[in-house]
Write a protein that binds this ligand. Structure first.
Ligand SMILES: [Zn+2]
Length: 245
């Protein structure tokens, strides 16, 4: 889980040679490859690529190859490839995702299968590295984004991934991520992969709504839910026992 290899069914691990500096993946940055190829391995592995590469490439059918571990640097996004987080004393970087476009991104939207794999990749990064599922507020802030969002990410002033796909990012990808990332328990919306803080907030909200003053019960359920393989199961049980659903 922490070796940086995406363990989604769409993915094949196909590492490029050579080692790269470590990063904590902090952003997902989506690209378009301007390519009709079924793989970018040969291109990234050739001298003409001059050391540029991406972590992954998503084909039209939604299958994907991964070329670099998520916790190592790839060279696709200028200043977002790797930067020093002085406050926490760690190097951070973007997880870069290239996508097939039939060599014509201005007229070729992401396919539904590509949107699904982009969504699942974002959810994987959220689950494993706690990357927030919102657009990066700044060039060094965590989140998800596209290549041309910040000038420093594309020193060549690319328009990548193009107007059509940036519109899809807002209108299709973000809603798909939000739908998959949250679930309803009664009328309370919770993250599908809750953090400890999310769990504590949910327990507190439920006990307050049920007007249940039992402080031991709150502690008990917080521990049980936090230790569960699927926290949503005991969350539902607790809400049910409190009479909320
Ligand atoms: Zn790009």
């Amino acid at each position: 889980m922490t070796n940086g290899i995406v363990d989604l069914p769409q993915y094949t691990w196909r590492p490029l040679p050579g080692t790269r500096p470590q990063i904590i993946p902090t952003q997902l940055i989506a690209h378009t490859a301007v390519s009709n190829a079924s793989s970018l391995y040969g291109w990234f592995n050739s001298p003409t690529a001059k050391g540029t590469d991406a972590h992954t490439y998503i084909r039209a059918d939604g299958t994907a190859e991964q070329y670099r571990a998520a916790n190592t640097q790839a060279n696709a996004n200028g200043t977002a490839n790797r930067w020093w987080d002085r406050d926490n004393g760690v190097f951070r970087g973007a997880f870069s995702v290239e996508t097939w476009d039939g060599r014509d991104p201005e007229h070729t939207p992401w396919t539904p299968q590509q949107i699904t794999t982009l969504r699942d990749t974002a959810l994987w990064l959220n689950r494993v590295y706690r990357i927030p599922l919102e657009i990066c507020p700044g060039p060094y802030d965590p989140g998800i984004a596209w290549h041309s969002l910040y000038p420093g990410w594309s020193p060549g002033r690319h328009t990548c991934p193009g107007a059509l796909r940036i519109t899809q990012f807002h209108d299709e990808l973000l809603p798909a991520i939000t739908t998959a990332a949250t679930t309803q328990i009664g009328d309370i919306t919770v993250p599908t992969n809750p953090t400890f803080g999310d769990i504590a907030n949910f327990v507190e909200t439920c006990f307050t709504r049920a007007a249940n003053p039992d402080p031991k019960g709150r502690t008990y359920w917080t521990v049980v839910i936090a230790e569960a393989v699927n926290p949503l199961v005991p969350m539902r049980t607790m809400a049910n026992q409190l009479g909320l659903i």
